[in-house]
Design a protein. Structure first.
Length: 271
C-alpha cells in the first residue's frame, strides 16, 4: 500500500575466483605481490615463509590470507592453514564455493576444524539467519488478504524473506490492481528497521527511522503535505494474532503535536 524509507544497506566483501587472482588491493603491502608470484610459481615454501613474515608486521588482504592458508595446507602445515583461513574469513572472505572446490585444502577436510570453519563461513555469508533482530518483523511474512477494519476488501499482499533472511520484501496489489513494493531490513549499524516503498503511481517514501512499542513496529518518515507543509509520517505494524496484522498510518503537519489517520488496514493470512 502507498507509503514510505531508506537506503537498504548490506555490503559484504565477496571474493570471486577472479578476485583471488586479480590485482592487489591499493595500499596493501607490496611484498604480497612477491608472495603471490611465488605462490603462482608453485614455490610454496618460499611463498608461505613470505606470507608469514608479512602477517607478523600487520594485517593482510583476504586474498593473501587465503593463499597463505592454501600454501600451508599444500605443505602439510595443518595448524597454520586453519589459522590463515580463520584470518581470511575475519578479513572478509565469504566464498564457500571457492573454498569447497579448492583442492589445496583436500588434506585438511577430514579435520573436525574444517567443518567448524565451513559453518563459520556460512554464518559470515548469511549473518541475518542467526540474528534475532533480523527476524523480529517475521510476523508480517506470508500471503495476505487485506481489508478495512470494517471488512471491506482493500487489496492483497505477498510478503517474503529474501537476501539470506536480511530483507522482508512486500509485493502489494491494491483494490484497483495497482502495484507497489517495499524493502524492509534491519540496519545493524543504526540498530533500527528501515523501509523503502515505491509504487506504480510514482510514490516513493523512505522510512529511515523506527522504534518498537511493545509488539508494534513503528516506522517514521518525513514528507511534504498540502501547500508544501513539512509532514511527519508514521506507519505501524501490530501482530494481533498469528494470522492477523494491523497496519496503521498517520500524519502530522505540526511537528507531531497532533496526528491524522491516513490509512487503517487489516492483513488476514490466506488459508
Amino acid at each position: 500500500m502507498s507509503r514510505p524509507v531508506f537506503t537498504i544497506v548490506a555490503a559484504s566483501l565477496l571474493l570471486s575466483g577472479s578476485a583471488l587472482s586479480g590485482a592487489q588491493t591499493p595500499g596493501a603491502d607490496p611484498r604480497i605481490t612477491r608472495a603471490d608470484s611465488l605462490y603462482n610459481a608453485k614455490n610454496l615454501s618460499s611463498a608461505a615463509a613470505l606470507y608469514d613474515e608479512i602477517a607478523k608486521g600487520g594485517p593482510m588482504t583476504p586474498r593473501a590470507f587465503y593463499r597463505a592458508a592454501a600454501a600451508h595446507a599444500l605443505l602439510g602445515h595443518t595448524d597454520p592453514a586453519f589459522t590463515y583461513l580463520d584470518k581470511a574469513i575475519t578479513a572478509g572472505f565469504r566464498n564457500l564455493k571457492i573454498l569447497g572446490a579448492d583442492s589445496s585444502f583436500t588434506s585438511i577436510r577430514g579435520d573436525a576444524r574444517y567443518a567448524a570453519l565451513e559453518q563459520r563461513l556460512k554464518d559470515a555469508f548469511t549473518p541475518c539467519v542467526k540474528n534475532p533482530d533480523a527476524h523480529k518483523f517475521d510476523f508480517w511474512v506470508g500471503e495476505w488478504n487485506v481489508t478495512t477494519p470494517a471488512g471491506q476488501p482493500a487489496g492483497s499482499s505477498s510478503v517474503q524473506k529474501i537476501l539470506g533472511d536480511c530483507v522482508v520484501f512486500e509485493n502489494w496489489t491494491d483494490g484497483q490492481g495497482g502495484q507497489g513494493k517495499s524493502l524492509n531490513a534491519f540496519n545493524s549499524q543504526l540498530g533500527q528497521w528501515q523501509q523503502f516503498w515505491t509504487d506504480q503511481y510514482g510514490t516513493v517514501t523512505e522510512y529511515r527511522q523506527s522504534d518498537w512499542m511493545g509488539p508494534t513496529l513503528r516506522y517514521t518518515a518525513t514528507g511534504v503535505g498540502p501547500q508544501g507543509v513539512p509532514m511527519l509520517i508514521h506507519m505501524m505494524f501490530t501482530p494481533l494474532d498469528a494470522n492477523t496484522v494491523r497496519q496503521f498510518g498517520e500524519t502530522s503537519t505540526d511537528g507531531g503535536k497532533t496526528w491524522a489517520m491516513s490509512f487503517d488496514l487489516m492483513y488476514h493470512r490466506k488459508k
